[in-house]
Design a protein around this ligand. Structure first.
Ligand SMILES: [Zn+2]
Ligand SMILES: [Zn+2]
Length: 90
């Protein structure tokens, strides 16, 4: 079996990419921001719909951590109580 595949899919050294997508496992990135972007916009394994709405603006996030980060950096809210749409708590 010819081993020419490596040229078609050039691979960089895995050790240079410490940020791995825990959902894809074969996706890894050099920068945390790149991994974040992947998981936010392009990760095929993130199938759940956005369900963490920001209560201040109308942004909706797929992950609680993303909403938390948004709240901190965009609104300066650090101790927000976050609940998904599905499980509303009083
Ligand atoms: Zn992924
Ligand atoms: Zn917001």
């Amino acid at each position: 079996m010819p081993r020419n595949d490596d040229e078609t899919f050039p691979r960089e050294d895995e050790e240079d990419r410490p940020f791995k997508c825990d959902l894809c496992q074969d996706k890894s990135y050099k920068r945390k921001a790149h991994l974040w972007r992947h998981q936010t916009y392009e990760c095929p394994n993130v199938v759940e719909k956005p369900k963490f709405p920001c209560s201040i603006c109308s942004f909706v996030f797929k992950r609680k951590a993303h909403l938390q980060r948004h709240l901190i950096y965009q609104h300066g809210v650090r101790n927000a109580q976050i609940s998904s749409n599905g499980s509303k708590s009083p």
